[in-house]
Design a protein around this ligand. Structure first.
Ligand code: WT7
Length: 638
């Protein structure tokens, strides 16, 4: 049985799209009516992109967790909501039914309530991929606390920055996390971070790896113990906090072109409705299907398409603690085989790295349950697309190439599996409700097809970001000021003769490393913190597996240098310490100077060309203060 708002044919897509443009309010009112409200919305949409101000479903009162959990208890109580596959394949997996999810989430919510956490408080979550991470997200939403999940690959410094920016009062963490052969000491990183965070009153720790942890009286609590006490005393509070449609649901930090990551804020109703709508339509999810999104909940993909949307749709969401290449490169396929996965949603980086390891890991793996494949996070090259299609989908599974961003909350441009046409390396057509446009650098609308342009959206969709936490002006400047009355994505795109979009990559100073966003300025700031560094410039370069790699040009003070290799290793270690291992440069070139204009501006265009290996297409260097520098950098290119 399909969902009432599920598009089942190309004609239905065309008519839904048309209706969504002609009368967006009526279109979204109808979809909103399929969700559970404590009071229904009064005014569907109120907006302008100047401030910006976007209000969807005003007057509506709801709690997203009642939509994710309670609503399914009538007919799906015993259906698995979450299936969890541990890092170590010999460890027992876990299945959490909707009934159990209800119990766990309400218990955890009670613990938080008992510790004084209330609606509007910010709670930082820094955990590995264990079911309790999903429970923690939902427990926060249950009581109206605003969660800010931080990916486990970020450093203590990054945690502290995010806690301070959000003014968080509590942290939920694990003693440690398993990722492949590695153990990450989460709690000790939190301890280090919290030293600089005066606002933190409580730290809850879930035991996972049994690594010893320090516990500070009246601040640190073991989460399981707290939950057990609530269960034992029979005091679970099942109430769901009434939330206004526009109350914030969560903050998720993401990198931009400046040094400091920004806290993207999503609100309750619009996010819920749009992510669920896209989940059901893009993946063509049908009740009973096993949905496996391989992302980490620390990124928006995990928020939207592991936790919120699948659960709102009453789906079974498979959550994997480990990595695709451990204990061997067949791990994804073992999981698909073991649970008879129907939908697999992963990143091009994962596909490319598995592709490189050949077909051996696929031997004797039953992939026949697969119906739909998806990709997200970065452009997928045609070679990887065809490999995925041929070897994983056996040429019978549609591939959805889903383009979206942390700021968009849900998928904006994608084909609908088996319903609308796919085209390798194209995200193709917009979702109903989404109005993409291309503009040139002067902001002029490009009407024709077969053109490149800057990708903007000219009308709000329900899960557009509402602000950047604590700094609305930054939100306006970043997304709504480059081109008047348009949301600017930061991406470039090509539109073909059929109006299909192909995302060509970022046009700003943001890198996309393995589908994760890192700002060049952020990496430069981290490099510059190293004692011997005078200055640095960071650019991206094409990387066979990661899509983009990080190339750092560093001016180093000789006096501090022992030997070049040690210096480079120390610079990389500094970046890992300041931001996290995910931001470590792939290449570091020590240089005597950077190419600068007479006014002192670093010419990144030149460095980008050098990093890309385009040594003969550097362009004009006559405006440089010292053109000789370029020759020297070219000569020593890595
Ligand atoms: C940036 C957003 C969306 C969740 C994961 C990343 C790039 C995303 C695609 C795609 C080409 C893509 C864009 C975008 N991107 N999906 N299907 N094809 N590029 O979220 O960290 O907010 O990054 O990822 O450049 O702007 P994010």
């Amino acid at each position: 049985m399909s969902y009432p708002f599920q598009i089942r044919s190309l004609e239905e897509y065309s008519s839904a799209y048309r209706r969504s443009i002609d009368d967006p309010e009526e279109f979204w009112t109808e979809i909103a009516s399929f969700f559970l409200w404590k009071s229904p919305p009064q005014k569907v949409l109120n907006w302008n992109f100047k401030d910006p101000m976007v209000n969807w479903f005003d007057g509506g009162v709801l709690n997203i967790t009642e939509n994710c959990i309670d609503r399914h208890l009538a007919d799906k109580a015993d259906q698995p909501a979450i299936i969890w596959e541990p890092n170590d394949p010999t460890e027992k997996s876990r299945t959490i039914t909707y009934q159990e999810l209800h119990e766990e989430v309400c218990t955890m919510a009670t613990v938080f309530r008992n510790h004084g956490i209330k609606k509007g408080d910010r709670v930082c979550i820094y955990m590995g991929m264990v079911p309790e991470l999903a429970f923690a997200v939902l427990a926060c939403a249950r009581i109206g606390a605003i969660h800010s999940v931080i990916f486990g690959g970020f450093s203590a410094q990054s945690i502290a920055d995010r806690i301070q920016d959000a003014g968080a009062t509590a942290v939920i963490t694990c003693d440690g996390a398993y990722r492949g052969a590695k153990d990450i000491p989460l709690k000790s990183l939190v301890d280090e971070a919290v030293e600089d965070c005066k606002t933190i009153k409580k730290v809850f720790t879930l035991i996972r790896t049994k690594v010893p942890v320090s516990m500070i009286k009246n601040r640190d609590y073991f989460l399981e113990q707290e939950m057990l006490e609530v269960k034992r005393s029979g005091t679970i509070n099942y109430e769901a906090e009434p939330m206004q449609a526009e109350d914030p649901l969560f903050i998720l930090y993401t990198s931009g072109s400046t040094g400091k990551p920004k806290g993207v804020v999503h609100s309750c109703a619009g996010y819920m409705i749009y992510t669920t709508y896209t989940f059901v339509n893009v993946f063509q999810y049908l009740p009973g299907d096993i949905h496996f999104c391989t992302a980490d909940i620390g990124w928006v993909t995990g928020h939207s398409y592991i936790v919120y949307a699948p659960l709102c749709a009453g789906a079974t969401s498979l959550m994997f603690e480990g990595i695709p290449t451990w204990p061997d490169a067949g791990r994804f396929w073992d999981i698909v085989d073991k649970y008879q996965v129907n939908i697999l949603y992963t990143a091009p980086t994962a596909i490319r790295s598995l592709m490189q390891l050949g077909l051996g890991p696929l031997e004797n793996k039953d992939l026949s349950s697969l119906k739909v494949l998806g990709t997200v996070g970065e452009p997928i090259n045609e070679e990887a697309w065809h490999w995925y299609d041929k070897n994983i989908g056996k040429e019978k599974c549609p591939i959805v190439d889903t383009w979206w961003q942390t700021e968009t909350g849900g998928i904006l441009i994608s084909n609908l599996a088996g319903i609308t046409p796919s085209k390798p390396s194209y995200a193709t057509l917009p979702m109903p409700g989404v109005q993409p446009v291309l503009v040139d650098d002067q902001g002029k609308l490009i009407e024709e097809n077969n053109v490149n342009g800057n990708l903007c959206i000219r009308f709000p969709w329900p899960s557009i970001l509402r602000t950047t936490y604590g700094d609305h002006e930054r939100c306006r400047l970043n997304y709504f000021s480059a081109y008047p009355d348009l949301y600017f994505t930061g991406d470039g795109a090509f539109r073909d003769e059929n109006g299909f979009y192909r995302i060509t990559g970022r046009v700003d100073d943001v890198l996309n490393i393995s589908g994760h966003r890192i700002g060049t300025a952020e990496v430069e700031n981290a490099i510059n913190m190293h004692a011997g560094v005078v200055e640095s410039a960071v650019v991206g370069y094409p990387h066979d597996i990661k899509g983009q790699g990080i190339y750092a040009f560093v001016v180093y003070n000789e006096e501090h240098s022992i030997n070049e290799d040690a210096t480079k290793a120390n610079i990389a270690a500094t970046v890992a310490k300041v931001i996290g291992p995910i931001a470590k440069p792939d290449k570091i070139q020590l240089v005597n100077g950077l190419p600068k204009t007479r006014s002192g501006k670093i010419m990144r265009r030149i460095l980008r060309k050098i990093a890309e290996g385009e040594l003969h297409h550097i362009g004009d260097t006559t405006t440089l203060l010292d053109p000789g520098i370029v020759e020297e950098i070219k000569k020593n290119k890595i």
